[in-house]
Write a protein that binds this ligand. Structure first.
Ligand code: BG6
Length: 304
């Protein structure tokens, strides 16, 4: 269904939740509380901005991002579904990287504003693109909530079909950091990860916080705990707490990969770090008909 701004504001707009025209003429929802603001594009149900009052943005957005109907937005929180990375195997031979959820417009289902809490719920059901790639019935329901100055994301997948549904999913969160070379990540000590920069070799993470000295692309297995990004550059810690997510991806493209991406500035890599809440690889989810799986993340900051 075509969603115009007039229609969206007429049906759903209220104090603290409004719909506006964004880049590329694309509509987005703006959530505003006493603690900050969040923008959510309907294209990809993509959170492009999370700002706490008087603070630098919590999420990184590339200045080179495309805002086009058939392209993913670069930065913020891409929603990855139903496969992560390149599809393997790829029965149609043209499956887009990281699935189709980030390439399509979602429908606004509802909005809420109560006290200092604002939220929008978006939904995605099979469409022409999904059916051409992946012939399954499903419903995605994604609720983005700004609770004061805390961002909460809840991605629910329902199997609306008659057979089991297997999928991968990720909230591919790009955090803004002062300089990734001075940042570190805690919460993944003594775990095992697949190193995507080294042929998916399985490696062990030691006890020390993870530092960054080169391209980093790792799938941490069996990691359900809270991660903290220590960022001396912006003098804060970002706390990522999650539920029903068994894997964590940590990614920074570094110099060569940054140059190779057309929608990412050559010099932007020091200012970002992805810590992704996901169920991927051996942690892919299988849902019985009628069942729902809900993956949640809560993002807050602590000043130093
Ligand atoms: C990460 C993957 O999650 O996403 C990386 O682990 C990938 O391998 C990155 O390069 C970005 O993917 P894309 O499709 O948004 O360029």
């Amino acid at each position: 269904m075509q969603q115009t701004l007039d229609d969206l504001n007429g049906r759903f707009g209220k104090a603290g939740v409004s719909f506006k025209e964004g880049r590329g003429g694309m509509p987005y929802a703006n959530l505003a509380t006493g603690g900050g603001e969040v923008d959510v594009y309907l294209h990809g149900a993509h959170v492009t901005r999370f700002e706490q009052k008087g603070q630098p943005a919590v999420l990184f957005m590339s200045a080179q991002s495309l805002f086009q109907k058939d392209k993913a937005i670069r930065g913020g929180v891409p929603v990855i579904f139903p496969w992560f990375g390149p599809r393997q195997p790829d029965p149609v031979g043209k499956s887009p990287m990281h699935g189709f959820a980030r390439l399509t417009e979602w429908q606004v289902e509802s909005v809420e504003k109560q006290g200092d809490v604002a939220s929008v719920t978006l939904a995605l059901t099979p469409n022409e693109l999904s059916r051409s790639l992946w012939p399954h019935d499903f419903k995605l329901t994604y609720t983005v909530t700004l609770d004061g100055d805390v961002l909460k994301l809840d991605l629910a997948v329902t199997n609306t079909g008659a057979e089991g549904l297997a999928f991968e999913e990720a909230l591919h969160t790009y955090f803004a950091v002062g300089d990734v070379r001075h940042a570190s990540v805690e919460g993944l000590a003594h775990t095992t990860y697949l190193d995507k920069t080294d042929n998916l070799t399985e490696k062990s993470q030691d006890a020390s916080p993870i530092g960054f000295t080169g391209e980093t692309d790792r799938v941490y297995l069996a990691t359900q705990g809270t991660c903290t990004i220590n960022d001396p550059g912006l003098r804060r810690r970002i706390v990522v707490e999650k539920e029903h997510s068994d894997a964590t991806v940590v990614w920074n493209p570094w110099i060569a990969k940054a140059k190779a991406m057309v929608d990412f500035g050559d010099d932007e890599w020091p200012g970002m770090l992805c810590v992704e809440t996901c169920n991927v690889g051996p942690h892919a989810v299988t849902l019985a008909p009628g069942a729902t799986h809900s993956m949640k993340v809560r993002i807050s900051t602590i000043g130093s």
